[in-house]
Ligand binder design. Sequence first.
Ligand code: PXG
Length: 465
Amino acid sequence: MNNITNHMPTAELQAIDAAHHMHPFSANKSLGEKGARIITRAEGVTLTDSEGQSILDAMAGLWCVNIGYGRDELADVAARQMKELPYYNTFFMSSHVPAIALSQKLAELAPGDLNHVFYASGGSEANDTNLRMVRAYWAALGKPEKFNVISRKNAYHGTSMGSGSLGGMASIHSQGGLPIPGIHHIGQPYWYLEGGDMSPEEFGIMRARELEQKIDELGEDKVAAFIAEPIQGAGGVIIPPSTYWPEVNRICRERDILLIADEVITGFGRTGEWFGSEYYDIQPDIMTVAKGITSGYIPLGASIVSDKVAEVIGRDDFNHGYTYSGHPVACAVALENLRIIEEEKIVDHVRDEAGPYLAEKWHQLADHPFVGETTIVGMMASLALTADKSSRKPFKAKPGTVGLMTRERCFGNNLIMRHVYDRMIVAPPLVMTKSDIDVLFERAVQSLDEAYKNVKDAGLLETAD
Ligand code: PXG
């Protein structure tokens, strides 16, 4: 594992990368100036970069490498499937064994009557499917005017025209003319920054009732669905107050709208249950999955659909699909990944061992002078950086300035811990051991100490008025 893959010198790779490779959510100009960090290999929970540095990956790639890196079983299954049937489509009354077997497995694992699977290549595509499916559902029932979809500010559902519109991020909407018509955003259950003088419980109810108000404002007969992540991931690991989901559940039960749970991050063990919907006792009509379904080894996304919705959609052609819907290699890899999660009891490991141990360590960070709150469910955690522990006021500096300075120190200490504005977040591979978590904690403390000093020295340890 200490071998470095034979490759060009890092600086040359960086120059070519900046010249020819356009990166997501990055300014190529700054890639040219600073150079990308080039990852060459990975094993377990550790990445190796082109300079031979070992880095602890506390983000599981992009929230996806649930079973950790370097599992040969997945590579072997992919190779076998590629030799046997590398591709065939699922259009025009065709099917194949991997898609059939995976659909059966997902129907078994998914809660309630979510028994039908429509495949995509990732979460954005799956949410585009969902948007069309909920509108097609109501149209098939003779209610084409039930067309509007309600989502939340600071939600992340992908970046295609449909999924980017469903998401509630202003920075995504501002490029390319989003959101598309018929999508409406209500407030998020982010108590720490938005809760004011309310208790978290009062605030949770208040934000849930915005859904009811929005349904009333638009008219129940005009609303197709509500979409939400059980816990917002990319928005900063926003864990809702305990009152939020029960109230949303009540509203969805009483109102005739569909509920889409976007489980792209919370699915496949992240919360210590198979799905976040089980953690919060949510009964979705459609669940979006991707990422952890293959532990990121190969692209795959899916919409897992209830009996009720599938029956209506199945009455006529659903004019939708992707060349790679149900790709046989992706489905075969997903099945093997799910076998490993089940047989190695990885969900139990999160719920009973790694999750509680990470929580114990994570909450110790709350004593740090730079930390305002720590929150965690299963293996997704976040903390708020603060200049003043006695209030929940944001920094005076532009949001994200202090978070970025902190992330720089994490990277400097070979820890992948991300920032979302001025929150720091982790979502490690679910297979992390207690000793991996000890390393995570040591590096996190060191990075917080260093960043705190840098922020202080730069005169940025100040709250907004
Ligand atoms: N829904 C949710 C809840 C997600 O987190 C998507 C949909 C879109 O999936 P695809 O496979 O199309 O990317 C996601 C993706 C980040 C980050 O910076 C988060 C995601 C993707 C890239 C970056 O936290 N989540």
